[in-house]
Design a protein around this ligand. Structure first.
Ligand SMILES: [Fe+2]
Ligand SMILES: [Fe+2]
Length: 412
């Protein structure tokens, strides 16, 4: 079936230009081009679209407000911004509602490949098996109220880190856990952090948002099978998050890629938590099969549910409106070869960080058992970076261990 895409821009000439450069794709895509946001919403109400691409500056309604409507009413529609000027400020304000930003003039090839990637991922996450599985789940974690308040604050015209910090402080449990994370050796802040506002100014609000979601998802965990430890998974998730951030810092200066790597690392196995909580009996069989060495966790999940924790986690983050690179990292962290890219992405960071954490905890296992796909890294040209990544992550883990031991020492 043809994919449906709607483009919104108040400049007719821009729309005509897009129609022309994308015309070779008419066989695969049904494209509509409208000038007014209200018209876009009216067309969506008639029949939903797979993707919407909009300019920020529109007449009548701001493009970001339009995408917020779309996010709330059609959470599965892919939302892209194609704008003259995508400032950091705009991207920060709309982080929850936009999958990806593109600068105008964007060449047809870039726009096409981004849309194709987004549509392919949407196809993967909206397959029948995954739908059947998610319909069996009694509860999917929802975004925490404090997170939504923070996002609202960030979207307001005069948002400030002080007010963001104050909002987080109102949730005492969340604050305690965030401060614990920020003050651990893992996240490399070299002085004592006393408040969420200070944490946000030292680490950046995007990194704190990732931490907030990790803390929230794990605090929602109720009961799972006896052979499943949420604490062990939390500890693994913190390590993978810190390692993914470190690896990204070694490879890029792009702050968005770095914070996406942290967030994706924190939540990469969230799907396990969802499955273990909702389908405890079946998940205990999955764990037994993987622990006996009969098959990998991924294969055991597929044989039981026809989908894996990677897809369930990506599906959840997709519903939450997360950016494409984070959703991709979750969806493919065990099978990165299915999602080849040319550049460094959060997927590369999380795939490597996950394998490195398994390596540091279970040295006796083979590389394959630790989940490393060396051929994938070789193809991307990152295999020779692996030793440097390992050294940096080991250093972090050792520093963290030392600090923990110091905390445990009882003064004489
Ligand atoms: Fe995983
Ligand atoms: Fe993992």
């Amino acid at each position: 079936m043809k994919k449906r895409i709607i483009f919104v821009d108040s400049d007719r000439a821009v729309l005509d230009g897009l129609a022309q450069i994308l015309s070779p794709l008419k066989q695969d895509w049904d494209m509509e081009f409208v000038e007014r946001p209200e018209e876009a919403l009216a067309r969506m109400a008639e029949r939903p679209f797979d993707a919407i691409v909009t300019e920020v500056e529109l007449e009548g309604m701001d493009g970001l407000a339009l995408l917020e409507h779309v996010w709330k009413q059609y959470p599965r529609t892919i939302r892209l911004v194609l704008s003259e000027d995508v400032s950091d400020d705009t991207s920060m304000k709309a982080a929850a509602t936009v999958h990806q930003y593109l600068n105008k003039p964007s060449d047809a090839i870039a726009l096409r490949s981004i849309l194709q990637r987004a549509l392919a991922l949407n196809g993967l996450l909206n397959n029948e098996m995954l739908e059947q599985l998610t319909s069996r789940l009694d509860s999917l974690p929802s975004l925490p109220p404090v997170y939504l308040k923070v996002m609202d604050e960030l979207q307001s015209r005069d948002s400030s880190l002080q007010r963001v910090g104050k909002l987080i402080s109102e949730d005492i449990g969340m604050t305690a856990k965030i401060l614990q994370l920020v003050n651990s050796a893992f996240f490399g802040v070299r002085r004592r952090v006393e408040s969420p506002a200070q944490a946000a100014s030292l680490l950046g609000i995007d990194n704190i948002r990732g931490m907030m979601l990790g803390v929230h998802v794990f605090s929602e965990f109720k009961d799972g099978p006896v052979n499943f430890s949420a604490d062990a998974l939390w500890s693994h998730s913190i390590s993978v998050s810190a390692f993914a951030k470190k690896i990204a810092e070694l490879e890029t200066d792009d702050l968005k890629v770095i914070s996406d790597s942290l967030t994706a690392g924190m939540l990469h196995d969230a799907g396990k938590l969802v499955l273990a909580t909702n389908l405890a009996e079946d998940y205990s069989i999955v764990i037994s099969r993987s622990e006996s060495g009969e098959m990998t966790v991924d294969a055991a999940e597929h044989s039981m549910f026809k989908a894996s924790h990677s897809e369930v986690g990506a599906y959840l983050l997709g519903l939450w409106g997360f950016s494409q690179p984070v959703v991709e990292a979750l969806a493919f962290h065990h099978k990165p070869e299915k999602f080849m890219t040319e550049a460094f992405t959060p997927l590369v960071a999380v795939h490597a960080a996950n394998a490195i954490d398994h390596h540091l905890r279970r040295k006796w296992m083979s590389e394959k058992e630790q989940g490393l796909n060396r051929a994938y890294l070789e193809k991307l040209g990152f295999a020779d970076r692996l030793p440097a990544w390992l050294v940096a992550c080991r250093e972090l883990a050792e520093r963290e261990k030392e600090e923990k031991e110091e905390e445990c020492e009882v003064p004489a």
